[in-house]
Each structure stands twice: as C-alpha cells, then as structure tokens.
Write a protein that binds this ligand. Structure first.
Ligand code: AMP
Length: 283
C-alpha cells in the first residue's frame, strides 16, 4: 500500500522536509500544478518518478496568472480527490502553500521574460499571463530546490518560457517536457474541460482534427499559408472563436514563412461558449 504523501503548507516545514531528503542524497523532481488533477497530470508524475528518487507535486492556484475577468475564483478545486490520486502514485510530498505564504503582504517582485514569452501567441491574448507564471514557477523552484521539473507539452509556450527562464537565471533545474495526454477522441485533457456543455464537448475534438489536417498538408509540402488557413477554417466551422491557429519554429516559437524554416509546431487557442482551450502538435 502506498503511503499518503506528506502535505506541507509552510516554508519552514518545507525546508525541514527538503533537509530530510538531502540527508538521504535524494534527487528531486517537481511537478507544478494548479490541482483538479487528471490523467495528464498523472503522466507527468510518472515521468518525474522515473527521473528522480523523490517527487514533489505542488498544488497552488496562482492568482497572478489570472486576469480579473478570468476564472480564478471558479477554477475547479478538488483537493481530496487530488490527494488520493497522488497517494496512488506514491508521491512523496505535496507542496500546498496558501496565497499569503506565496505572496506575503507587500510582495513587490516579479520575474519578467522576453524571448518565447513575447512571440504574439498566449502573450498577445493574455498579456498578464507569463509574468504570473514565471514569478510563481521561479518561486516554486527556489522553494523546492528540485533537480528536475516536469511540464506538459500541452502548454507548449509555457514549457519554452519556463525552460528559458531556468537557464537564463541559473536556477539549477532541468526542465523536462512531457507529451500531451488526450481523450480517446483527441481532445487534450484539461482541468477546464469540465466547463464544456455536452454540445461543446462534442465539437471540442475538432481542434485536434484541424491541427492533424494542417500538419498533414505541411508534411506533404503544401503551401504554408494555405495549410494554416484550411485548419483555421475547420476550427471556425466547428463553432470556435479563434484566438490563433499558427505554425511556429518549435524551439524559438518565432514565426516561419516556409516549411524549410522548421522544426515546426502548430499552436492553437480558441474559445467555445465561455471556455477557452489551447492545444498544439508537432509537424
Ligand atoms: P495545470 O494544473 O493546468 O496548470 O497544469 C499543470 C501541468 O500539467 C502543466 O505543466 C501542464 O502543461 C500539464 N498538463 C495539463 N494538461 C495536460 C495533458 N493533457 N497532458 C500532459 N500534461 C498536461
């Protein structure tokens, strides 16, 4: 029977737990999450377990990455089920600070990044987002001092931004990307999928189909603009309001004009009803 993970909510308790781990010469892998865990999160935990001797999962719904109009207060919170899932995966420690611990009164610092954080994708639609993410992830890294941190390819721009930050700031953490887990019909698993009405849920896999179609055309040597326009149209026809449907350089996320500029990654963000979904695919 796996033991329940140790739940830690204060910085002194976290330091004591980390000291115990380093006394055992443990290597540590951190999986940052906002809770409402699904099989996609569990796949990150399993990769973490293969990389390190101890696994820490952080559960923190980070207010600074939500705009006032977004779903911070209604973001799904499923604490008991999350702990049970992590216990079943034999996770060692859950780091679950409250907002005051993460952002003490008078908090006045931020990590700001350029490069992949300023390429006109998520940053164009959600200008507040990466400042919140980098600051909280930077804090999670200095708090938990992991050797490895596992991030999902599902949030592809975020993965590139966090990896860049860790290298630029010498945080001593190797950032590892993990493939996107999907439902059987292709919809990328997401904590926000529960917001979808039955009709929207039936339309949602079209994001995946549209990317597959465009990727196929790009691989076949089709004109880049035409292949992307075709995919955008499929997404719009499925009832989505498109934020972007683009092919970018897979490492830098810079725009490309020809398939010869590759490696390529298709990235999409679109809203259906009140739910915003993002996804991406290698070409
Ligand atoms: P979140 O709790 O949504 O902030 O996500 C925490 C981590 O899980 C991030 O690194 C996400 O990219 C990753 N993640 C979310 N959905 C999936 C998925 N379907 N497959 C793999 N990783 C995912």
């Amino acid at each position: 029977m796996p033991r329940s993970p140790t739940v830690v909510r204060t910085l002194p308790a976290l330091r004591r737990a980390l000291d115990r781990m380093s006394a055992k010469k443990a290597t540590i892998a951190l999986v940052p999450t906002m809770g409402a865990l699904h099989d996609g999160h569990v796949s990150l935990v399993r990769l973490a377990k293969r990389r390190a001797t101890k696994v820490i999962v952080s559960i923190f719904v980070n207010p600074t990455q939500f705009a006032p109009t977004e779903d911070y207060s209604s973001y799904p919170r499923t604490w008991k089920a999350d702990v049970a899932r992590l216990a079943a995966e034999d996770v060692d420690l859950i780091w679950n600070p409250d907002v005051k611990t993460m952002y003490p009164d008078g908090f006045a610092s931020a990590i700001l990044t350029d490069g992949p954080a300023k390429v006109g994708l998520e940053d164009r639609i959600r200008p507040h987002f990466f400042g919140g993410v980098t600051t909280v992830v930077g804090k999670l890294f200095t708090q938990c001092r992991p050797d490895f941190a596992i991030f999902g390819e599902k949030d592809f721009q975020q993965l590139r931004v966090v990896a860049r930050m860790a290298r630029d700031l010498d945080l001593g953490v190797k950032v590892i990307g993990s493939p996107t887990l999907r439902e059987l019909d292709g919809l990328a698993m997401s904590s926000r999928n529960i917001y979808l009405s039955p009709k929207e849920r039936r339309a949602a896999p079209q994001l995946y189909s549209a990317m597959k179609e465009s990727a196929k055309r790009l691989r076949a040597g089709d004109d880049l603009a035409a292949a992307m326009a075709g995919g955008s149209e499929l997404v719009a026809r499925a009832g989505f309001r498109l934020d972007y449907f683009e092919v970018r350089h897979a490492d830098t996320l810079a725009p490309i004009t020809s398939v010869k500029d590759g490696p390529m990654r298709i990235l999409v963000a679109a809203q259906i009803g009140t739910t915003r979904l993002i996804d991406n695919m290698a070409v």
